[in-house]
Design a protein around this ligand. Structure first.
Ligand SMILES: Nc1ncnc2c1ncn2[C@@H]1O[C@H](COP(=O)(O)OP(=O)(O)O)[C@@H](O)[C@H]1O
Ligand SMILES: [Mg+2]
Length: 437
C-alpha cells in the first residue's frame, strides 16, 4: 500500500509536520480515553446508584402492599417523605413505554438496571427535566414515583473532558512555542547556507540542538574549505600569470629589435599569450574581486553598449522592461556581460542587448545573428577551457574557452544562472544572464 497521496495533505514546513506529529497522538489519546473512560465510568456509577434506589423502591412497595387498602397511600408517604420520593396512588398507567432521550447513556444504564432488578415496573420516563418518573404495579394499584435524577446519575462527568481539552490545548500551545525555538537554529543555518550559495559569507555561529549544531559545524567546515580552495586557486593562477607576464614583456622588447618581417608572427604569438594570461587571471579572480554595490541595471547596460561601440562593435539596445536597482558585484557582472558581448560580436555581425527586471530577478539578454550553439553542445560550452569546434573560429581570434564559464560563475554567485538558447529575432545565440534580486 502506498501513502504517497497523503503527502499532498501533509504540511510542507518542518514546523507544521512537527506540530502534526505532536498533536495527532495527543488528540487521539484524549479522544480514546474520554470515550472509554467516560462511558464506563458513567455507566458503572449510574448502575451502582440505581441499585441503591431499587432497594428503597422495594421497601416503599412493601410498605404500600403491607398496609390495609384504605391506608396504602398514607403508609407509602410515611416512607416516601424521608426517602425524598414524591408518590401518587393509584394512577392510570401511562400508555407509552420507557422514554429517554437519544444519547442519554446514563439513562439507558439506569433503565436497564431498574428493569432487571424491579420486574414490577410498568414504565420509566427519564425525559423530563432532571426528574425521573416511574410507574410500579402493586397490589394496591399503579404507584407513581418521582425523584431527582441526581440520585441515580453521576453528575458533571464532562468536567473531566473540559479539563482534558483545555489542558491539552494549553500544553500544545506551550510545546508549539518550544518547537518554534528549536526550529530557529535550522532556519538560521538554511539562511547562512543559501547566502553562501549566492556568494555571500554571512556571520553564522552554530546553535540549538546537538544535531543542528553538528550540521552547522559541518557547514562552517565546508565553507572554510571552499574558501581556502578558492583562495589557493586564485593565488596559484594569478601567481603563474603574473610570473609569466614579466618574461613575456622582455620577449616583446627583444622582438622589437629583430627584423620586422621575422618578428611579426612571433609578436602575434606573444600578444595571444598575453590575452590568454588575462583570461586566466579573470577566471582566477572569479567573483572574489569587487564589492557588492547598488547599481541601476539600465545604466549598466547603456555603459556596456557604449564601451562595445568604442571597441568597434555594432551593438543595439533591445527592449528594456522594469525598474529598480540591484545589489551586485558590479565588477564581476560587468566582466560576465563583456564576455557574452565579445562572444556575440565574434560569432555574429549584429549584437542586441536587452533587459528585463522583475520583482525577484534581473535578466540581461545578449543576442546575435551568428550560427548559435546547437542544443546538445550548450552544456559543454559552459565548461571552463572548452572551445567548440576550434577550427571554426580560429581566424576570429578565439579565446581560451573561459568566457562562458566566467559568466556562469558570476551568475551563480548572484543566486542566478546563465541560460543559453536560440535568438528568435536574430537567429543566433541568445544568452540570458539571470541575477536574483
Ligand atoms: N555567440 C556565440 N555564437 C556561437 N557560438 C558561441 C557563442 N558564444 C560562445 N560560443 C561557443 O562556445 C564556446 C565557448 O565560449 P567561451 O566560453 O566564451 O570561450 P571562448 O570564447 O574563449 O572560445 C566558443 O568556443 C564557441 O564555440
Ligand atoms: Mg568567449
Amino acid at each position: 500500500m502506498s501513502f504517497s497521496w497523503l503527502k499532498s495533505y501533509m504540511p510542507r514546513s518542518l514546523y507544521g509536520r512537527a506540530a502534526l506529529i505532536l498533536v495527532f497522538p495527543v488528540v487521539s489519546l484524549q479522544l480514546i480515553v474520554s470515550i472509554v473512560f467516560i462511558q464506563r465510568h458513567y455507566e458503572d456509577v449510574t448502575e451502582q446508584m440505581t441499585r441503591s434506589i431499587v432497594r428503597e423502591l422495594t421497601h416503599l412497595v412493601e410498605m404500600v402492599e403491607g398496609a390495609p387498602p384504605g391506608r396504602a397511600l398514607a403508609a407509602g408517604e410515611s416512607v416516601a417523605a424521608p426517602l425524598d420520593f414524591d408518590i401518587a396512588l393509584p394512577v392510570d398507567p401511562p400508555l407509552s413505554g420507557d422514554l429517554r432521550r437519544f444519547g442519554d447513556l446514563s439513562g439507558r444504564a439506569m433503565i436497564a438496571t431498574l428493569r432487571s432488578d424491579l420486574p414490577s415496573i410498568i414504565a420509566i420516563d427519564v425525559t423530563r427535566n432532571r426528574r425521573v418518573f416511574l410507574w410500579i404495579d402493586t397490589a394496591r394499584g399503579v404507584l407513581e414515583v418521582e425523584f431527582s435524577r441526581r440520585r441515580v446519575s453521576a453528575s458533571n462527568p464532562h468536567q473531566l473532558l473540559v479539563i482534558m481539552i483545555v489542558l491539552g490545548a494549553f500544553m500544545t500551545l506551550v510545546s508549539a512555542v518550544f518547537l518554534r525555538n528549536q526550529l530557529r537554529p535550522i532556519n538560521r543555518l538554511a539562511a547562512a547556507a543559501s547566502a553562501y550559495g549566492r556568494g555571500r559569507v554571512t556571520k553564522y555561529a552554530p546553535s540549538g540542538a546537538a544535531e543542528v549544531r553538528a550540521a552547522g559545524n559541518a557547514f562552517l567546515d565546508m565553507r572554510a574549505r571552499i574558501e581556502r580552495q578558492i583562495q589557493q586557486r586564485t593565488m596559484m593562477l594569478s601567481g603563474v600569470s603574473h610570473d609569466l607576464r614579466t618574461p613575456l614583456t622582455r620577449l616583446k622588447l627583444g622582438l622589437s629589435m629583430v627584423d620586422e618581417d621575422d618578428a611579426k608572427p612571433l609578436l602575434r604569438d606573444v600578444a595571444e599569450m598575453q590575452q590568454m594570461l588575462d583570461a586566466y587571471l579573470d577566471f582566477a579572480r572569479g567573483t572574489t574581486e569587487g564589492e557588492r554595490e547598488k547599481i541601476h541595471p539600465r545604466q549598466l547596460l547603456e555603459e556596456l553598449a557604449q564601451d562595445a561601440e568604442r571597441a568597434g562593435r555594432t551593438v543595439t539596445l533591445g527592449s528594456v522592461e522594469g525598474e529598480g536597482e540591484i545589489k551586485i558585484n558590479g565588477l564581476a557582472v560587468r566582466r560576465a556581460l563583456q564576455n557574452l558581448i565579445a562572444n556575440a560580436a565574434r560569432h555574429g555581425s549584429t549584437v542586441r542587448l536587452s533587459l528585463s527586471i522583475t520583482e525577484r530577478a534581473a535578466r540581461f539578454t545578449v543576442e546575435d545573428n551568428g550560427p548559435g550553439i546547437p542544443e546538445e553542445d550548450r552544456e559543454e560550452a559552459l565548461r571552463p577551457f572548452s572551445r567548440l569546434d576550434p577550427a571554426r573560429n580560429q581566424d576570429r581570434g578565439g579565446g581560451v574557452g573561459l568566457g562562458l564559464a566566467i559568466a556562469a560563475d558570476v551568475a551563480r554567485s548572484h543566486g542566478g544562472m546563465l541560460r543559453l538558447g536560440d535568438s528568435q529575432d536574430l537567429g543566433g545565440l541568445r544568452a540570458d544572464l539571470v541575477i536574483a534580486r
